[in-house]
Design a binder for this molecule. Structure first.
Ligand code: ADP
Length: 270
């Protein structure tokens, strides 16, 4: 591929012979582009809450004689700070997940326990949104990896399922063993996603509806983290969705073995 060649050197070897060194730097260039885009996105995303906080701080000074307004602005500063904290944590998580040798000491992870932990942590959000949370998990499905990462990935899917659904609907989380895989499925009855968006939603900072994502405190990094967690556990994530009919996100990971309770379950879930 001639267009991909960006480095070529000719070294004389004496007589009529020359050595032509051709280096294909297209891959390196692509990696560099991705890194640059990511940094540009990060600084853009950081500027929004930081700018908001400084405007709100000025507004508080102007409104200091009006306690109700001061309270309202102070609460919004709290909200922006939370968003900023979450964004920074997710950027750090993602940069770790895209590095090398991510899971240094894999342990047996009880996937059902991770799912229950993630669902429990989402209960307050579900109540706020009027969403019913259901679980149907098989005990004893283990994968090799890191429990906190699996819990984070399932938590991101549950958080999205709640955020992109209307009040009065249901979100269900299932964990089942299917042949040599563990399948974690998170299903909602929410807004759904157009087919042409299905691949892009796993990209960093990609949002179908930026306004809705921001309104729900979204960072645009949640699904990228899910994808990298799945891949770091030898698995993958897929989506089924129909606009207006909801979505199902499924993480499939190689099953490390089914253990009866009392087995090494505790090693991965602490
Ligand atoms: P965000 O923080 O914006 O939710 P994600 O990476 O988690 O970022 O998701 C990327 C985009 O995919 C979201 O902005 C949203 O448009 C879409 N999305 C993710 N999960 C769902 C879902 N369960 N239902 C509908 N849309 C979803």
């Amino acid at each position: 591929d001639a267009t991909a060649v960006v480095g070529a050197r000719v070294a004389p070897l004496g007589g009529e012979h020359v050595l032509l060194l051709v280096e294909d730097r297209s891959q390196a260039r692509r990696v560099e582009e991705i890194r640059r885009d990511f940094l540009a996105n990060v600084s853009h995303e950081l500027k929004t809450p930081v700018g908001g906080i400084s405007l709100l701080a000025e507004a508080i000074l102007d409104a200091r004689d009006d306690p109700a307004t001061v309270k309202r602005f102070a609460e919004r500063i709290g909200g922006e700070s939370e968003r900023l904290t979450r964004l920074v944590r997710e950027i750090v998580d993602l940069s770790r997940l895209t590095g090398e040798d991510v899971i240094k000491e894999p342990v047996l992870v009880d996937v059902a326990a991770c799912a229950i932990e993630a669902v429990d942590a989402s209960r307050v959000l579900a109540d706020e949104h009027g969403i019913e949370l259901r679980t149907d998990v098989d005990a004893g499905c283990f994968v090799w990896g890191e429990a906190d990462l699996v819990t984070t990935a399932i938590g991101n899917l549950v958080g999205n399922a709640i955020s992109y659904s209307e009040s009065g609907t249901r979100v269900s989380v299932t964990v089942h063993a299917a042949e040599d895989l563990v399948e974690v499925a998170v299903t909602d009855q929410g807004v759904g996603i157009d087919a042409e968006e299905h691949e892009r939603i796993f990209e960093r900072f990609y949002r179908v509806d930026a306004a809705r994502s921001r309104a729900t405190g979204g960072t645009g990094l949640g699904l990228a983290i899910v994808k990298h967690v799945a891949e770091n556990h030898g698995g993958q994530v897929s989506v089924w969705s129909e606009p207006g009919h909801g979505s199902t996100f499924t993480i499939r990971m190689p099953l490390a073995g089914q253990q009866s309770s009392g087995g090494p379950a505790s090693s991965g879930t602490s």
